[in-house]
Design a protein around this ligand. Structure first.
Ligand SMILES: [Zn+2]
Length: 116
């Protein structure tokens, strides 16, 4: 017996689109906190909102790349800037979450005829 296929629903209310696990983009076993917007609802989101989200995601990636370098971590430790770096990385992550939330809210508003 195989486990039931895991499907993630589009976060626009009443949208019946779902996505499954993809080879290069697998879903976790626990979908809590995971959100997705289907292509039909993603397309009408204005590009500046999507561009802002990409910018905020890149900021997080830059922090993570720096943090993954052992030499950089050592430098943060020895210069006493570790806490400041961690705080800035957390702020970047909060910003990226907000960037996604704006995309999601805009997609829902356009789908419901409130915006757009
Ligand atoms: Zn949808």
């Amino acid at each position: 017996m195989t486990a039931p296929a895991l499907r993630l629903c589009c976060c626009v209310p009443y949208c019946r689109h779902t996505r499954g696990s993809r080879k290069n983009d697998p879903l976790p076993a626990d979908l809590a906190g995971w959100e997705w917007i289907c292509a039909a609802h993603w397309r009408p989101v204005p590009w500046p909102i999507k561009a802002r989200r990409r910018q905020l995601d890149r900021r997080v990636a830059r922090f993570e790349r720096a943090f993954d370098r052992p030499a950089y971590r050592t430098k943060l430790m020895t210069t006493g800037r570790y806490d400041a770096f961690a705080a800035a990385m957390n702020r970047a992550r909060a910003g990226a979450r907000q960037g996604w939330a704006t995309c999601r809210d805009t997609a829902i508003e356009i789908a419901m005829g409130i915006a757009g």
